[in-house]
Design a protein around this ligand. Structure first.
Ligand code: PLP
Length: 422
């Protein structure tokens, strides 16, 4: 696919035709892409196509159809490998989501690595999915959870990160892009610092993969997680990348079909190698095929086009929305645009802003975005988050600007002025 960039840098309206849902009557101006992206025709076709033509269980049947299904599943693994710059396809484990991948890591890597008195380091901008699995690990094992502070620009500065690292750190878990602020952590620098202490580096890429090229080796990530649905793929499929020799030390996690070489009642269980050892039960093969189609869709657009598009939209949003009296942009989303702009409106509850926009046909997320700890640190009740995708247009941003200029305090501001939700 060739990109259809306009003079403003935006990818242009042509790409919208590839997304059937966008053409539905009454479909809102959809600016909640950080929660989930819409799916292009290629992805929808691959899901239906799988069930219409190849559906059969993988890694089990010794007949042509089952082998074709297994081949499609393994081809999807190879597409993910290329997308992440991993060395081998077997370093890619399919999971249900970023959340599932992180829980897998906390329960395998975590329990094998961390004991009383050890430390796990997270950053102050983590989504609950990259916070709670580590917090529970620490609660259960007697380890200490250390939080690296977020700087005024919404990133974790390497010097501040270095200051919290010490000889007891075993694992560091770093968000690549903040789902609240759209800021990008300097993962390469942070990973190098963590490695000096021998720690394992886990990177949550949920908000990165739709906006920037990822090279796990270049980043120095030992593990990298993401969800298909945040990058134009289907819900219910996620990815855990792990550096081969580290992945091999994991598991089993959940056990069941597909994880064993053979089982006898009178001898120890023999598990198969990774990644199958970490994929117990029937996997979501259609989901993997849909993810592969989504990653090929993004690759077809080209990262230069995606970057220029994000820069144009974020630049326009920051400039125009900050000019509206009472509107404040939170953090510095323009520094390395990643498709997210969070804002607060003075004296108006974020839910009132969200409701006002919804009544004007604009869908945004408002509240704490599953990251209440970051909102606490920012001293905010919540934000109104605009999150963009390759199909977002200037006209849609104009609609937001017009609507925000008219927002007034409402029900939430009057009855729950200090109450935080979601
Ligand atoms: C940064 C970040 N990490 C993790 C997640 C969890 O993703 P999922 O719900 O697909 O597991 C999200 C979802 O919003 C996110 O933004």
């Amino acid at each position: 696919m060739t990109s259809t960039a306009t003079s403003s840098g935006l990818i242009g309206d042509a790409v919208r035709e590839r997304f059937p849902i966008l053409g539905r009557r009454g479909f809102p101006v959809y600016l909640d892409n950080a929660a989930t992206t819409q799916k292009p025709r290629e992805v929808l076709d691959s899901l239906v196509g799988y069930y219409e033509t190849v559906n059969s269980n993988v890694g089990r049947g010794y007949y042509g159809l089952a082998m074709a299904s297994t081949e499609q599943y393994e081809q999807a693994r190879e597409v993910v490998r290329r997308f992440l710059g991993a060395e081998e396809a077997d370093e890619i484990v399919f999971t249900a989501s970023t959340t599932a991948a992180t829980n897998l890591l906390a329960d395998t890597l975590g329990r094998a690595t961390v004991g009383p008195g050890d430390q796990v380091v997270v950053t102050g901008l983590e989504h609950n999915s990259n916070l709670l699995p580590w917090r529970r690990l620490c609660d259960d094992t007697g380890a200490e959870l250390v939080v690296a502070p977020v700087g005024a620009d919404g990133r974790v500065e390497p010097s501040a990160f270095a200051a919290v690292l010490g000889p007891r750190v075993r694992i560091v878990a770093i968000g690549h892009v903040s789902n609240v602020l759209g800021t990008v952590n300097p993962v390469r620098e942070l990973a190098a610092l963590a490695h000096r202490h021998g720690a394992r580096v886990v990177v949550d890429g949920a908000q990165a993969v739709a906006h920037r090229p990822v090279d796990v080796r270049e980043l120095g990530a030992d593990f990298y997680t993401f969800s298909a649905h945040k990058v134009y793929g289907p819900m219910g499929t996620g990815v855990l990348y792990g550096r081969r020799e580290l992945l091999e030390q994991l598991g089993p996690y959940q056990v069941g079909g597909g994880t064993v070489k053979g089982v006898r009642h009178d001898s120890p269980v023999q598990y198969v190698p990774v990644p199958a050892r970490l994929e117990a039960g029937t996997p979501n093969v259609a989901g993997a095929a849909g993810l592969a189609a989504a990653l090929e869709f993004v690759a077809g657009l080209g990262w230069d086009s995606v970057r220029a598009h994000d820069e144009a939209l974020v630049g326009q949003a920051v400039a125009e929305l900050a000019a509206i009296p009472g509107v404040r942009i939170v953090g510095d989303p323009g520094a390395e645009p990643s498709g997210i702009v969070s804002l607060a409106v003075d004296g108006i509850h974020p839910y009132d802003v969200g409701g006002h926009l919804d009544r004007r046909g604009i869908a945004v997320r408002c509240g704490v975005h599953c990251a209440s700890t970051l909102l606490d640190d920012l001293g905010l009740l919540g934000t109104v988050r605009l999150s963009f995708a390759v199909y977002t247009t200037e006209a849609e941003l104009d609609a937001v600007r017009r609507a925000l200029a008219e927002v007034e305090p409402g029900e939430w501001t009057a009855s729950h002025p200090d109450t935080r939700f979601l």
